[in-house]
Design a protein around this ligand. Structure first.
Ligand SMILES: Nc1nc2c(ncn2[C@@H]2O[C@H](COP(=O)(O)OP(=O)(O)OP(=O)(O)O)[C@@H](O)[C@H]2O)c(=O)[nH]1
Ligand SMILES: [Mg+2]
Length: 267
């Protein structure tokens, strides 16, 4: 059994920074994680790259040879990855199987989990290879300034949740930039009733019905669960990591092993 985090979220939400902080944290804990770059447009890394999509395909080559723009080229690269799941990915994964912990740093284009089935097929492949996979969805806390942005963030995350059908953890990133934590508290665990009244205050009366439906949707999916992450604090990184570990049952087998080593009782 392997373990994997699929780190996704809008462009610039802090995915690569999260991966690098997680790597450093684990290193200081003497725990091994392997970070995989799935972003063909990435240029430099603050973490050692265990596997790299750029070894399979280069965004610049695709843009040049096919005359595509950056986003079209990215989709092309990811579809190329999809076609090579049984070749390139399978070969690379050979090096990491039992008990290994992989963290996939994904590109930020939201189309990847709303429009095309690439990531879905990617995780299905991981599951077939016996990986327990969890989606780690990063949302920038800077955008949680009012209820309309909060709802739109929730919808994007919900879309990934529905597409990927995996255990799903929402992280509110860049908490170090939040000066007034109180403003955010309302959004960490909000009630549908409060969301609705705020939405109605923000928007013209003709949206009342839509607002009710949206607030209800967010409530029904228990989306309203964001874990704040402040990368300055080891305790915050550790909390997030434990939370995710719990979702993918990492460490549970280890507990069993410990129990196995208990001295047998005299009969
Ligand atoms: N203050 C602060 N800045 C952060 C944090 N995380 C990321 N940033 C900054 O936000 C910007 C984007 O961070 P990245 O980690 O590259 O974001 P990303 O989600 O990987 O971006 P893409 O791969 O382009 O989608 C960079 O300038 C980072 O330095 C954080 O926890 N605190
Ligand atoms: Mg990145």
């Amino acid at each position: 059994m392997g373990y994997a985090q699929l780190v996704i979220g809008p462009a610039g939400s802090g995915k690569s920074t999260y991966c690098s902080s997680l790597y450093q944290h684990c290193e200081s804990m003497r725990r091994t994680v392997h970070i995989v770059n799935l972003d063909p447009a990435a240029e430099s890394f603050d973490y050692p790259v265990a596997m790299d999509i750029r070894e399979l395909i280069s965004l610049d080559d695709v843009m040049e040879e096919l005359g595509l723009g950056p986003n079209g080229a990215l989709i092309y690269c990811m579809e190329h990855l999809e076609e090579n799941l049984d070749d390139w990915l399978a070969d690379e994964l050979e090096n990491y199987l039992d008990d290994d912990y992989l963290v996939f740093d994904c590109p930020g284009q939201i189309e990847l989990f709303t429009h095309v089935p690439v990531l879905r097929n990617f995780v299905d492949h991981l599951k077939r290879k016996n990986f327990n996979v969890c989606v780690v969805y990063l949302l920038d806390s800077q955008f949680m300034t009012d209820v309309t942005k909060y709802i739109s963030g929730c919808m994007a995350s919900l879309s990934a949740m529905v597409q990927l059908e995996l255990p799903h953890v929402n992280i509110l990133s860049k908490m170090d930039l939040v000066t007034n934590k109180k403003d955010l508290e309302d959004y960490l665990n909000p009630e549908a009733r409060i969301l609705l009244s705020e939405l109605n205050q923000h928007m013209a009366p003709q949206f009342a019905k839509l607002n009710k439906a949206l607030a209800g949707l967010v409530d029904d999916f228990s989306m309203v669960n964001f874990v704040p992450l402040d990368l300055r604090k080891e305790s915050s990184i550790q909390y997030v990591l434990s939370y995710i570990d719990n979702c993918i049952q990492y460490g549970e087998d280890a507990d069993v092993k410990v129990k196995d080593f208990d001295p047998p009782e005299d009969d």
